[in-house]
Design a protein around this ligand. Structure first.
Ligand SMILES: Cc1cc2nc3c(=O)[nH]c(=O)nc-3n(C[C@H](O)[C@H](O)[C@H](O)COP(=O)(O)O)c2cc1C
Length: 283
């Protein structure tokens, strides 16, 4: 059992490294999102890993919460991401609740259509749009209406998601349906500000947006003795990670590995367990 746990640890470390690799790529994408937002020149950030992806994550976020969820979804799906940027940015004053300010006025006026800076290039190439927004007084901000009226969504699938302080999605998603009546609208979902990437992955999976291949990542197949890495490579399960092992557990795990023919051991001075597996290696 301990042996399996140790092998598992190795692979988790290796998977972690793989994940770090892809994350650092994605972090670069994230950086360019910010750059793009600042420059407002090119609006869609193309995910470098996109192969045949026809999913676009489009979102509006005034204070960054919805943006975080949108970025999780884009990273998980390797999808392009587009920030709906208002031509006239919202100031803190504009966003202040119940002050009769800009956001109050817009939300009280169903015909308000705040202008968007920039646009989605080649909207026709996407067949699924994830549409993210913050809840404003129980509704989607009016800029989402502007967005929906700017393109032809006929035949496209739209999956709404929102963030809020405490309100549920309510009718904020279904109220949008008439603005893109020919789209195939999926049931929207609300997320809290502390939602993890794992929860977003599960939500995407439940909407069948994650391919079978992707959902197999990290699954240990003990029949074929392989584990699927993020890259799609099926890596043989044959190593041992000693990072979290100490005392007898470390000694026994290393011994078991060596007896069964394994020779891949991840170790480091900083793990502070080197004394426990060193004697095994010397024998
Ligand atoms: C004008 C305005 C109205 C809001 N109305 C609600 C509301 O009705 N219910 C709620 O739970 N949160 C409400 N919020 C809070 C936001 O929905 C929440 O902070 C959201 O996660 C912000 O997303 P963002 O950071 O992507 O802009 C409101 C925020 C603003 C600025």
């Amino acid at each position: 059992m301990k042996k399996i746990a140790a092998v598992f640890m190795t692979l988790m470390i290796l998977l972690g490294l793989t994940a770090c690799g892809s994350n650092s790529k994605q972090k670069e994408s994230g950086k360019s999102i910010d750059n793009k937002v600042t420059s407002q020149e090119k609006d869609i950030v193309k995910n470098e890993d996109t192969i045949t992806n026809n999913i676009l994550i489009a979102y509006f976020s005034a204070t960054g919460t919805t943006k975080t969820i949108a970025k999780y979804a884009a990273e998980i799906l390797n999808a392009d991401i587009y920030e709906i940027v208002p031509k006239q940015p919202y100031t803190d004053e504009d966003l202040a609740y119940y002050t009769g300010g800009r956001s109050d006025k817009e939300q009280n006026n169903p015909s308000a259509r705040p202008e968007i800076s920039g646009s989605v290039e080649n909207m026709e190439k996407y067949d699924t749009i994830l549409l993210g927004y913050p809840i404003w007084y129980g509704q989607a901000p009016r800029i989402i209406s502007t967005f929906l009226e700017s393109y032809d969504f006929s035949g496209k699938t739209i999956l709404p998601f929102c963030t809020s302080h405490s309100s549920d999605i309510g009718s904020s998603d279904t109220d949008l349906h008439t603005l893109a009546a020919n789209a195939n609208w999926l049931k929207g979902k609300r997320f809290a500000s502390d939602t993890s990437k794992e929860i977003i992955k599960k939500w995407l999976d439940s909407n069948k947006l994650i391919s079978n291949a992707d959902s197999e990542v990290g699954v240990f197949d003990f029949e074929s003795h392989t584990v699927m890495l993020n890259s799609g490579y099926k890596m043989p399960i044959m190593g041992l990670g000693t990072y979290s092992l100490s005392d007898d557990e470390c000694y026994n795990s290393v011994t078991a590995l060596l007896k069964s023919g394994g020779r891949l051991i991840d170790t480091a001075y900083m793990y502070k367990n080197v004394n426990y597996h060193q004697p095994n290696i010397l024998k």
